[in-house]
Design a protein around this ligand. Structure first.
Ligand SMILES: [Mg+2]
Length: 262
């Protein structure tokens, strides 16, 4: 992974159509103690709206996030952009229609059982909370004493093993996912095909910061014109080609793109 500047990334995105795909938490906004308090700065929201409004000129914006699509739409406040929520398992169209068919129906009863069992785990570990996003679960532990993490991990892994659910460690979260549901890799591929078909002429960007974003990076490695961007330390292990230090660099990238594409 090469540490890049926003300007270097913009120079690589020189084709039309231009497909811009973003994770939200840790990518467009800083991660905060309570996920409900996270905000994308209004300047960045405005840049996203401007870029999204240029679809008639071949610039497209989409979001691919672990949040539920409904929650993500509230956060980004960008009309006309497609949102894949729940790590790729649900899709909200530009018009706001929600499609949850990418989840794994057969495993929904296992997820419901996991909600019941994780409730007792959350009760036993102070500073944790469980977020039920329907198609997946997120156990938050940002406020927990970190010395308890090995115990927490083993309790959660036990439950997931028994119910054949998949775990994805994130930043102060453990995501609990059905083993057979769609991933962020499936989501980015669908977005690219929907906009550019199978032609190789597009510039494609996917920016993310966390474990489930690696599915998107892996998928895009095979697609010409793709630029994969991990937000965070350049020393992390990642399948992305480039790194930017933090959400602020992503905001600068957005404003440079507005200038480049207007
Ligand atoms: Mg993230």
């Amino acid at each position: 992974m090469k540490r890049a500047t926003p300007r270097e990334i913009v120079r690589l995105l020189n084709r039309t159509p231009l497909i811009l795909m973003f994770d939200i938490d840790g990518t467009l906004c800083e991660i905060v103690e309570h996920a409900g308090d996270a905000r994308i700065p209004s300047v960045a929201q405005a840049a996203l709206r401007t870029l999204s409004g240029r679809s008639g000129h071949g610039t497209h914006v989409a979001f691919v996030t672990g949040r539920s699509a409904v929650d993500a739409r509230r956060m980004v406040a960008v009309g006309g952009a497609v949102i894949y929520g729940n790590h790729g398992m649900e899709r909200m169209s530009a018009a706001g229609t929600l499609d949850t068919s990418r989840g794994s129906e057969t495993e929904s009863s296992e997820l419901r059982e996991a909600v019941r069992e994780l409730a007792s785990v959350v009760a036993a570990f102070s500073g944790t909370s469980l977020e039920d996003k329907g198609l997946s679960l997120t156990l938050h532990f940002r406020a927990m004493d970190i010395a308890q993490l090995p115990d927490l991990n083993s309790r959660v892994a036990n439950i997931a093993d028994r119910l054949a659910l998949r775990l994805a460690q994130g930043k102060c979260v453990i995501n609990v996912l059905p083993a057979g549901g769609a991933t962020k890799g499936d989501a980015v591929l669908e977005i690219v095909h929907e906009i550019a078909g199978h032609s190789a002429g597009a510039s494609i960007l996917f920016a993310g910061d966390d474990v489930t974003d690696e599915d998107g990076f892996r998928t895009l490695r095979k697609i010409p014109g793709s630029v994969t961007l991990r937000v965070g330390s350049p020393n992390a292990t990642s399948l992305a080609q480039f790194s930017l230090d933090g959400p602020r660099d992503v905001h600068e990238l957005l404003s440079l793109l507005v200038t480049a594409r207007s």
